[in-house]
Write a protein that binds this ligand. Sequence first.
Ligand SMILES: Cc1ncc(COP(=O)(O)O)c(C=O)c1O
Length: 416
Amino acid sequence: MSIWPLTAEPALSVGGSGLAEIAERFGTPAYVLDEEHVRARCREYAKAMAPHEVAYAAKAFWCRAMARWIAEEGLSLDVCSEGELVVAGAAGFPAARILLHGNGKTLNELSAALDYGVGRVVVDSVSEVVQLAALASQRQKVLVRVTPGIDAHVHRAVTTGTEDQKFGLSIASGAAADLACRIRRLPSLELAGVHCHLGSQITSLDSFTEAARRLVAFMAGLGGLPELNLGGGHAVPYRPGDQGLDIAAFAGQVTGVVEQECAAHGIPVPRLTIEPGRAIAGPAGVTLYRVLTVKRGTRTFVVVDGGMSDNPRPALYGSRYHVERAGTPAPAATEPVTVVGRHCEAGDVIVPDARLPADIRPGDLLAVPCTGAYHHAMASNYNHLARPPVIAVRDGRARPLIRRETDEDMLRRDVG
Ligand SMILES: Cc1ncc(COP(=O)(O)O)c(C=O)c1O
C-alpha cells in the first residue's frame, strides 16, 4: 500500500497537476486531494463488501464535493453532528443512506436527523432513546452502540471498543441488552441492529473477527437482528513500510466469521455495515508547506509555514509522518532534520526524524503525504492562523473545494 495518492508521482504531482504549480497558484500551506483516489477507494470497498454496506465516516474529511463523490460511488454515510448533516443536506445526500452517531446528541441534532429522514440513528444512552422516541413522529430505525470489551491496541485516545470509556453500552454488564429490550417496547422506534467501533488505525483482523463473534452472540441473545455494524478504524500507511488494513482480506474473514457464528447460533445472517473514514480519504491527501527558515545547530530545524493548526495529530497522538522536498528531483545527499511548525509550542513538530536534501533552504516546498483524513477536519485557528484550502485534483485540473480562510473570516466572528 502506497503512502502517496493513487495518481501521484511522489512529491512531484497528483492528479496530473504539479505540486509546485498548485503551491504557486493557491499558496501554502495547502491540502491537495486526489479525487480519483477517493473514488477508487470507494469502489474497492463497495466491491469487497458487496452485497453488504459501506458507509463513509464524514468526520475524516467533509465538504459538499466529498458528499457528492461518496453519493455517486454508491456509499452510505456516517455523520456524527448536525453540522455534518447540514453539509450532507446541502449536497442532497440521500437520507435513507445516512446513519447518525454521537455519544452526546443534542435535541436539535435528533430533531434535524428526524426532519431529514436519516435511515438509522445509532443510539448511545437511555436518555437519548427516551428523547428520540418522544420526538419521532414516524417509526425510526435505530442501532444500539455496544462496547464489546475488545482492546484493538491502538492509541488510547482512539480506543473505543473497551469497557471503560464514554462510547456505547456494555455487553458484559447487561446495559446493552437492557436498552435493546427497552427500545423494543417503544412503538416509535424499531430496533434494527447493533453497532460497535473498536478504534482507529487498526491493523489486526483478529480484533474485528473477535468483535463480530461477540456481537453475533449478543444478537442471538435478542433472537437475531437485521443489521450488524462493525464501525471503521481500518489502518492506512503514513510512512514507507507502515502496514495498512487489506479490505479484501477483511471482507473475506469478517463475513466468513459472521456467517459461521450465525449458523452456530441459529439466527439469520444480518446485513453488515462498515464505516471507513481514514481508509477512504487519508492517503488521497498531501499537504504542501513552504520552508520559512532552516536553523542549524546541534540539530537542524526546518521551519514551515503551517504546523499544529493544520495537523494536530503528532501533538495529540504522537503520529509519525513522511516528508519530501516537492517539485524538484531529490539529490543524493540528505541530512537528518526535524520539520517543525511556526506555532508557539515546542511540541509543534510535524516530522521529528525526517531526512531532507542537505541543501534544503527557505522557499523550498515540502510535501507530507497521507494527510487527507483528520487534517482539515481537525484544523484550528491557533495563533490566529487561517485554515488552509483544500484543492481537489483530477485529470490535470486543480480546483479549490474549500478556500483558504481569511483574516476577515476570523474577524467576522469577533463581534465584541
Ligand atoms: C463510529 C465511528 N465510525 C467510524 C469512524 C471512522 O474511523 P476511521 O476513520 O478510523 O475509519 C469513527 C472514528 O472515530 C467512529 O467513531
